[in-house]
Design a protein around this ligand. Structure first.
Ligand code: XUL
Ligand code: CO
Length: 437
């Protein structure tokens, strides 16, 4: 196989003192943390859409990226040329997983039949590359938002035939994901939401979305696909109000439509911040509901209010993510999926390497720091003690369901006042965390 980037070899772990920009300083795949290798904890994944299709275009200007494998090609030829280039990058980065949309890997055809045929052609190439490299599919998805037919949404469109087309597209994407041994399948809302309530029957649209997801669950059973289904919350962009706005809204929707047994959440950092939450909050909400599935790792920009999808480099953030992940038993079906893109001005293929190396190192550090905080035990001990009043006496009795308003009123009338509150010690705890960074 001819290499596109002969000057870049397999990225090695060289340790924190290395000055080689094309080496890992912290991500040491085989190193054990809490008895499991870093690779097993983090289950890194690279995405096809940003890595191969992201060309640096924005609302004010066209593509800027230099991608030698793209040169002079269009349509299916371009799609074919991208497959080996993608796997070369993924393999050199030591990525165990990847993720894609149907229309990232293969182009839109004139008809559904043509699109499906092209997707089959590319699926065969993806399969060959997976076999050659050992890289696996973390999850597949269908792109239900670019084509004009999806202008009003897909499963939540006012146009019933758009719903039908989306169903056909997801059917095919599920088959392809299954064919490639995908460990999951993700639904991100795309345009499942609304721009104005003046033209929207929200209840009807939500019912349709529930029905659509049940059809997916049923079809997966029919073809024997056992991968994990995920919903990826996002509050806005492209629509003003997306139905899957945050973790809590998704969980509520899944419960209301009896879908919770079939779905977990794929949480994305920049989506969390757009929703006015921290990623730690979103992960905690999902984890507490037993629905922490996977994460789309990236970050927003404090000064920009949109989905900038930057690579994560903030160790405070990755430490928080890994603390929650470890608390809830870590990623099993999911992983740390870099739904991140290089900046428009970072035009060289080499920038794709700096970006992913930085993200992987940031998460490896976050993992090590989180494990150190857990081994130290002071943080967990503090939280445990803060709730000590629930471990005995009236607290234990309330938790056991043995009290009611009358009994509690009686107790407080006898005592006259509740026990004094103790300090929350936020600053003490912030200092404690900083000791590990
Ligand atoms: C959009 C986004 C998507 C999903 C997959 O903001 O995050 O790329 O991850 O459709
Ligand atoms: Co995403």
């Amino acid at each position: 196989m001819s290499e596109h980037l002969p000057n870049i070899t397999r990225i090695a772990y060289e340790g924190p003192k290395s000055k080689n920009p094309l080496a890992f300083k912290h991500y040491n795949a085989g190193e054990l943390v809490e008895g499991k290798s870093m690779a097993e904890h983090l289950r890194f994944s690279i995405v096809y859409w940003h890595t191969m299709c992201g060309q640096g275009a924005d609302m004010f200007g066209g593509p800027t990226a230099i991608r030698p494998w793209d040169a002079g090609k269009t349509g299916l030829d371009l799609a074919k040329a991208r497959v080996p280039a993608f796997f070369e990058i993924a393999q050199k980065l030591g990525m165990p997983y990847y993720a894609f949309h149907d229309r990232d890997v293969a182009p839109h055809g004139q008809t559904l039949r043509e699109s499906n045929a092209w997707l089959d052609t590319i699926t065969a190439l993806l399969k060959e590359q997976q076999q050659r490299t050992g890289i696996k599919l973390l999850w597949g998805t269908a792109q239900l938002f670019v084509h004009p037919r999806y202008m009003h949404g897909a499963a939540t469109s006012c146009n019933a035939e758009t719903f039908a087309f989306a169903a056909a597209q997801v059917k095919k994407a599920l088959e392809v994901t299954h064919e490639l041994g995908g460990e999951g399948y993700t639904f991100w809302g795309g345009r499942e939401g609304y721009s104005t309530l003046w033209n929207t029957d929200m209840k009807r649209e939500l019912d349709h979305l529930g029905r659509f997801l049940h059809m997916a669950v049923n079809y997966a059973k029919e073809i024997g696909f056992k991968g994990q289904f995920y919903i990826e919350p996002k509050p806005k962009e492209p629509t003003k109000h997306q139905y899957d706005s945050d973790a809590a809204a998704c969980l509520n929707f899944l419960r209301e439509y009896d879908l919770l047994p079939h779905f977990k959440l794929n949480l994305e950092t920049n989506h969390a911040t757009l929703a006015g939450h921290s990623m730690q909050h979103e992960m905690e909400v999902a984890g507490a509901a037993g629905a922490l599935g996977s994460m789309d790792a990236n970050t927003g920009d404090l000064l920009l209010g949109w989905d900038t999808d930057q690579f994560p480099t903030d160790i405070y953030l990755t430490t928080q993510c890994m603390l929650v992940a470890l608390k809830y038993g870590g990623f099993t079906t999911g992983g740390v999926n870099f739904d991140s893109k290089v900046r428009r001005e970072s035009i060289d293929p080499e920038d794709l390497f700096h970006a992913h190396i930085g993200g992987m190192d940031a998460f490896a550090r976050g993992l090590k720091i989180a494990a150190a905080i857990r081994a130290d035990g002071r943080l967990a001990e503090f939280v445990k003690n803060r709730y000590a009043s629930w471990d005995s006496g009236v607290g234990a009795s309330i938790e056991a369901g043995k009290e009611n308003f009358r009994s509690l009123e009686k107790l407080m009338l006898e005592q006259g006042e509740a026990a004094a509150c103790q300090s929350g010690r936020q600053e003490f705890l912030e200092n404690l965390i900083n000791q590990f960074l």
